[in-house]
Design a protein around this ligand. Sequence first.
Ligand SMILES: Cc1cc2nc3c(=O)[nH]c(=O)nc-3n(C[C@H](O)[C@H](O)[C@H](O)COP(=O)(O)O)c2cc1C
Length: 188
Amino acid sequence: MHETVSILGIAGSLRRGSYNRFALRAAQKLAPRGVAIDIFELDGIPLYNQDQEKEPPAKVTDLKARIRAADAVLLVTPEYNYSIPGVLKNAIDWASRPYGDSAWAGKPVAVMGASIGALGTARAQYHLRQCFVFLDMDPVNQPEVMIGGAQQRFDPQGNLTDETSRKLITELLGALAEKARSRAKETA
Ligand SMILES: Cc1cc2nc3c(=O)[nH]c(=O)nc-3n(C[C@H](O)[C@H](O)[C@H](O)COP(=O)(O)O)c2cc1C
């Protein structure tokens, strides 16, 4: 690992005015010294098709390479019908295949999310954490960053103005960077 911890940030919404993409942008700005967040946009990834696993679309090949090159991953999930959006699950599935060639295995990961509901993606986050088990990822447990009532926590330009959320995101990034550094030491 280089001195700078490289984090790949992925938001599970394609919406231009997405609170989750805004939250990821906020994380980019809040990243502590020695931590850099690079964003991967999910638009253009076709629906997963096992027939294409051996020769996946170029965007999927790129996604897998970017996950592998990163020291850690930050997933920023909306909540759709109490779960994770298909857009995010689709990307997770692609990058986990073919069997035995998953890009996720062993990867330090943190999760956060924003929703207009009061629980701030809690239910979606716990579904996402269930995927981490089979994917054999290395998740940060605390802090949990659940931005409820998102419409009140960003300004019209999409800047995260809520101080509690900003503090929690900063702590989450610190914990993720710490995990990535310890993992790099263990595997050196
Ligand atoms: C299909 C769909 C299902 C939704 N289900 C939930 C839900 O279960 N819980 C919730 O808090 N918000 C739910 N919402 C509202 C989202 O929190 C809101 O649309 C949010 O802005 C989505 O994230 P984004 O801004 O990053 O696109 C749902 C929205 C959509 C489009």
